[in-house]
Design a binder for this molecule. Structure first.
Ligand code: PEP
Length: 271
């Protein structure tokens, strides 16, 4: 990891909630999504301080919104178009998702790298989400090459401040950040996992940047999630990093037992 420019530990968050967010990506039919949600709802208990969120494919969002018990599991979209309506063939807008989802993942590295979403697209999406009463989960993260060239903190600062640049001071507290180092996503090698120290340095940096740009209050109130090959075996270590408020989980969220195991771990860590 590059040297964190922040220095001493701030560790000033007093956020009591933990968020466990499962990103199902382009997996499961609508029927499979519904069966999976049904099983999760049977096993998950409602808890005020533990927010469980799943992000199914867009096609499954509407039926699942009728099926879910929001006290137990809330829904996130994986992306949406920042225009409210119009001639954007194939797209779904935040306005159309209003009332269906509570959250939207924005700027996921797959959207940035495969679909060439720019910081401007990400910033417009964050603004559109807020305009439509949907909580943006703004993903930021450096690639392996950027890390190797010592650019981690520049990239993170650009993605963070770029994504938030249209957010008003009233709305800033409604945003969530997910730090997902691209090099650590969906790895099967333990050697490539981000270490708690790496992640801690980055969360310090994010909060410090938020404090410089907004205020200490804002910096201490915005939840920061970690994502990158989270599994039952490492979830506890990641959840005990000071200033981490939850996890964004890809692969392991597709396997019910693993996702439930991580939820249990979050419950244990909280108590
Ligand atoms: C992701 O793509 O957001 C992610 C965290 O995936 P995984 O958990 O599979 O690394």
């Amino acid at each position: 990891m590059n040297n964190c420019p922040v220095g001493e530990s701030l560790c000033y968050t007093n956020i009591m909630k933990t968020y466990i967010v499962g990103n199902w990506k382009m997996n499961f039919s609508v029927g499979e999504s519904s069966v999976y949600l049904h099983k999760l709802l049977q096993k998950v208990r409602a808890a005020r301080d533990l927010k469980i969120v799943v992000a199914p494919s867009t096609i499954a969002l509407q039926p699942l919104s009728l099926q879910t018990d929001r006290k137990k599991i809330r829904l996130a979209a994986q992306t949406a178009n920042p225009h409210d309506f119009g001639a954007y063939t194939g797209e779904v807008s935040f306005t159309q998702l209003r009332g269906i989802v509570d959250y939207c993942i924005i700027g996921h590295s797959e959207r940035r790298h495969i679909f060439h979403e720019t910081d401007k697209d990400v910033r417009n999406a964050v603004a559109a989400a807020l305009r439509n009463g949907i909580t943006p989960i703004l993903c930021i993260g450096e690639t392996e090459t950027e890390r190797t060239f010592g650019e981690t903190y520049d990239v993170l600062r650009d993605q963070l401040l770029g994504g938030l640049s249209q957010v008003s001071t009233e709305d800033i507290a409604k945003v969530m950040i997910a730090y997902e180092p691209v090099w650590a996503i969906s790895t099967t090698s333990d050697a490539r996992l981000a270490s708690p120290d790496d992640i801690s340095a980055v969360t310090q940096f994010i909060r410090h940047t938020l404090e410089d740009t907004y205020s200490k209050k804002v910096a201490s109130e915005i939840p920061i999630l970690y994502g990158g090959s989270v599994r039952p075996s490492n979830a506890g270590a990641y959840l005990t990093i000071p200033d981490i408020n939850g996890l964004l989980i890809g692969g392991a969220s597709l396997i019910g037992e693993q996702f439930l195991d991580i939820i249990e771990t979050a419950r244990r860590v909280q108590s």
